[in-house]
Design a protein around this ligand. Structure first.
Ligand code: 6PG
Length: 266
């Protein structure tokens, strides 16, 4: 397992950097396997990234889009993660409709919809116990939650299926389980804003509790974990706080802790 942590100067640089990393991972997956599978994050932070990806010239017919979590609302609801990604990216490019695999939210029973999506993934990936996505994009809430895996909830301990029902203040959500996320080749966290500082400090402290800060449970089995932060989020992190190797890049000495990056900055 390899982990990279990068602290970028601001949100614009964060989006520019994440665009570069995501595009290069898409190209790498297509070169290796002919297709690329990506699971998208919801929330506000990834939206400008999706808008930038809509400007890319990629082989859309070889890219399959899934969601890592979804609010339990209709697909045309303003809170829908599917709706956000379609408007920002997917509706702007010639991606074949069958390459877009949204989480269902219309069975009026989140457990039924979770089982349906579980079956969708198993049908797509074949008999892999834990299907390995090429890329899983994640955000993080100021309470340390990720996808719809919230602190101290039952969803955190689910390890016998791919999709489960998360719960935010009593509201159901569909979400990838921790083992499914950790099976991915590349897990990319995008985190912005100083309201995330406290949770990040907890997560980068080795003894932090994963049930209190669920993003701490995201440790890829064999893949690469990328933490991409803006300075506002990562400001309180200092080298000795982290469990990552320091970067030899002089200009980034204090603010970025990562091992040599396989993707040039510019
Ligand atoms: C969701 C997300 C959730 C999100 C965090 C961060 O459906 O809301 O998947 O996990 O990533 O809440 O949200 P922001 O990017 O808006 O801070």
């Amino acid at each position: 397992m390899t982990k990279y942590l990068e602290i970028l100067d601001d949100q614009l640089e964060l989006i520019k950097r994440s665009r570069r990393i995501v595009v290069s991972r898409i190209q790498e997956a297509i070169a290796r396997r002919g297709i690329c599978t990506i699971a998208l994050a919801g929330g506000s932070t990834p939206k400008p990234l999706y808008e930038k990806l809509a400007q890319e010239n990629l082989p859309w017919e070889q890219i399959h889009i899934f969601w890592g979590d979804e609010r339990y609302v209709p697909a045309d609801h303003p809170d829908s993660n599917q709706r956000m990604a379609r408007q920002a990216w997917l509706d702007q490019v010639p991606m074949p409709p069958n390459n877009i695999h949204p989480m269902p939210t219309d069975a009026a029973d989140p457990y039924l919809d979770a089982a349906t999506y579980d079956a969708t993934l198993r049908a797509f990936f074949g008999d892999q116990t834990w299907p390995a996505f090429d890329i899983i994009l994640l955000g993080m809430g100021d309470d340390g939650h990720t996808a719809s895996l919230f602190p101290q909830t039952a969803a955190l301990a689910v390890s016998d299926r791919l999709i489960t029902v998360g719960e935010k203040q009593g509201e159901p959500r569909l979400t990838f389980t921790v083992p499914l996320i950790n099976a991915a080749h590349h897990i990319i966290f995008l985190v912005a804003g100083h309201n995330k500082q406290e949770a990040l400090q907890q997560i980068f402290h080795s003894e932090a509790d994963g049930f209190a800060y669920p993003s701490k449970l995201i440790e890829p089995d064999h893949g690469i974990l990328w933490w991409l932060l803006d300075a506002a989020a990562g400001d309180r992190l200092t080298p000795h706080d982290t469990i990552y190797q320091t970067n030899p890049h002089p200009a980034l000495q204090n603010k970025t802790i990562l091992s040599p990056v396989p993707i040039p900055r510019s």
